[in-house]
Design a protein around this ligand. Structure first.
Ligand SMILES: Nc1ncnc2c1ncn2[C@@H]1O[C@H](COP(=O)(O)OP(=O)(O)OP(=O)(O)O)[C@@H](O)[C@H]1O
Ligand SMILES: [Mg+2]
Length: 267
């Protein structure tokens, strides 16, 4: 090969190299965009879930308010609206309104951005669960047992952790209602050893069919109608838990239902 031919060869190689580098850069950009998209989708999914939760928790109180107003109106028309009846309806309406306003406060606290890692008491998390989730469980006749965990502490992002617990409880509630379980039960237990804390959330809704138990943590895997599920709840939950060192989220079936376990290092 003469020098001229060699120079041309080197030039084309350099050009090819440049082209490859450009392609690589474009590919990287595209993959970043994809990550961003997934991130945004999961965030709007959780906002959607929140609004769904509020709507869900307000439906029953709104019904009660409608009944109270109807009762006052009809009694007024019939001329049977005495002081007792008025008092009774007044206090009923007042209770309902207080409950509705408490719900908004709970959700507002929950939505406050907190990116920080902190050490928080598990007890605190269950108290929030009590405020946010227990009313809707009660309305659906589902009992929930929360553990006594005065001394248990966890390191991580408190709000994200709460969101995981709420996702799992919401799924259990959905499964109980879907399978028309008469005495729906959710039992949360906590065990602590020297090195780790295990939180288990068990239900009695029949469990997850073996054919897709390996898929429930995949993004967009859902067996629910599209108006009821996006399939992102458990995917997000697993990401939140497992981005922390030595932490795991997994599920097994028991005789009666599903058992979701969160394992985190003891603090
Ligand atoms: N406790 C449970 N019992 C039975 N099946 C469950 C339970 N929890 C989850 N699943 C199954 O796992 C699937 C995925 O759950 P995931 O929370 O990720 O999505 P989803 O609840 O369908 O939708 P969303 O994005 O609104 O949470 C559910 O559709 C359901 O089939
Ligand atoms: Mg879900």
């Amino acid at each position: 090969m003469n020098t001229e031919a060699l120079e041309i060869e080197i030039k084309t190689l350099k050009e090819k190299n440049k082209l490859l580098e450009e392609l690589l850069a474009k590919e990287q950009e595209r993959s970043l965009e994809k990550d961003h998209l997934i991130n945004q989708k999961s965030r709007s999914a959780s906002m959607g879930e929140m609004i769904e939760n509020i709507a869900h928790q307000w439906r029953q109180p709104l019904n009660i308010l409608a009944l109270v107003i109807q009762d006052i109106y009809i009694s007024g028309q019939l001329g049977t609206l005495d002081a007792d009846k008025l008092e009774e309806n007044y206090s009923k309406a007042n209770n309902v309104l207080q409950y509705m306003s408490q719900t908004i406060d709970d959700f507002r606290n929950f939505l406050k951005e907190s990116d920080g890692i902190e050490v928080f008491a598990l007890h605190d998390i269950f108290q929030s669960v009590e405020h946010i989730m227990v009313p809707s469980l009660k309305i659906n006749n589902i009992s929930i047992t929360l553990p006594q965990v005065e001394e248990v502490h966890i390191e991580g992002n408190r709000n994200e952790f709460l969101q995981v617990i709420l996702n799992i409880i919401k799924n259990a509630q959905d499964a109980i209602l879907l399978n028309k379980i008469k005495k729906g039960e959710i039992v949360i237990g906590v065990t602590q050893s020297d090195s780790k804390i295990v939180i288990s959330i068990e239900d009695n809704a029949g469990g997850i069919p073996q054919e897709y138990i390996d898929k429930v943590f995949d993004p967009y895997f859902t067996t629910k109608h599209k108006s009821q599920g996006t399939g992102i709840g458990l995917y997000m939950s697993k990401q939140i838990i497992e981005k922390n060192k030595d932490s795991k989220l997994y599920v097994t079936n028991t005789k009666e239902g599903a058992n979701f376990c969160i394992e985190v290092p003891a603090k």
